[in-house]
Ligand binder design. Structure first.
Ligand SMILES: C[S@@+](CC[C@H](N)C(=O)[O-])C[C@H]1O[C@@H](n2cnc3c(N)ncnc32)[C@H](O)[C@@H]1O
Length: 242
């Protein structure tokens, strides 16, 4: 916290934390946004924890489509999406499993509390090395290489990008969306929350998921003694109990 906030003090030319606290207590809107942006941890990557994307493609999406042949509606949510690599990876996998023109209404909501990461996510442009490890087939299908002033950058293909809507949302506030969602990715976000906060959050996630909807959480997270509304079905992968 110190290292992150001292940078704010320097750029505001403040002499100490007391002055910074005064600014925050005055509820200076711009600085509140900067404070949140400074203290969030945004580490992410395309197809991070790849077993989740394999499970989504091989098991969750086919099962959801079998279950809802008449409804033909699929809603996915990346809660704590950071710079966008997670929801774009979800979009790529979903489009590979649910081809355009197959009649499915497929949408992905991607939310984060940090306005800086959301702006990067929305742009969908990344340094080429961020795609290291992605198969040649996926690179060809889902990324466009930049030329001239954009050399060294890649842009997520419009077909995948068009599935994703980015919105600013603090997960601890009221949620404006009605749902229901079929799949929620909430990975590497709740590590910063205490147990009662995690419990309340996963309870609300259970409420907004369809019965037997899927919840993916991060590798160092667990619902053990946090929520009894989900059953563990794979690595850090849960299904809502009916
Ligand atoms: C470590 S990143 C994880 C990104 C992605 N889910 C992944 O696993 O690759 C955590 C993200 O959660 C966001 N975050 C932290 N607290 C949040 C909150 N209360 N509401 C919404 N987003 C939050 C941070 O801004 C950050 O972008």
């Amino acid at each position: 916290m110190y290292t992150r906030l001292v940078r704010r003090l320097r750029s505001l030319e403040l002499t100490g934390f007391d002055e910074y606290c005064d600014l925050i207590h005055r509820r200076d809107h711009d600085e509140l946004v900067e404070l949140v942006n400074a203290i969030t941890t945004n580490l992410t990557g395309f197809f991070r924890e790849p077993h989740h994307f394999e499970y989504l493609a091989r098991t969750a999406l086919p099962e959801l489509m079998r279950r809802n042949p008449c409804n033909q509606r699929l809603r996915l949510w990346s809660a704590g999406c950071s710079t966008g690599e997670e929801p774009y990876s979800m979009a790529m996998v979903a489009r590979e499993s649910v081809p355009q023109g197959a009649g499915w209404d497929l949408k992905i909501l991607a939310t984060d509390i940090d306005s800086n990461v959301l702006a990067k996510a929305q742009a969908g442009t990344y340094p080429e090395e961020r795609t290291d490890g992605i198969s040649a087939e996926r690179l060809r299908r889902w990324f466009r290489r930049g030329a001239r002033s954009n050399a060294g950058l890649v842009k997520v293909d419009a077909e995948a990008a068009s599935l994703v809507t980015f919105k600013k949302l603090n997960l601890l506030d009221t949620w404006p969306m009605a749902g229901p969602f079929d799949v929620i990715f909430c990975r590497n976000v709740v590590i910063y929350f205490d147990k009662p906060t995690q419990k309340a959050l996963f309870d609300r996630m259970a409420d907004i998921l369809v019965d037997r909807g899927y919840l993916f959480i991060g590798h160092s997270e667990s619902l053990f003694k946090v929520s009894e509304r989900f059953k563990l079905i794979d690595r850090n992968t849960y299904q809502k109990e009916v």
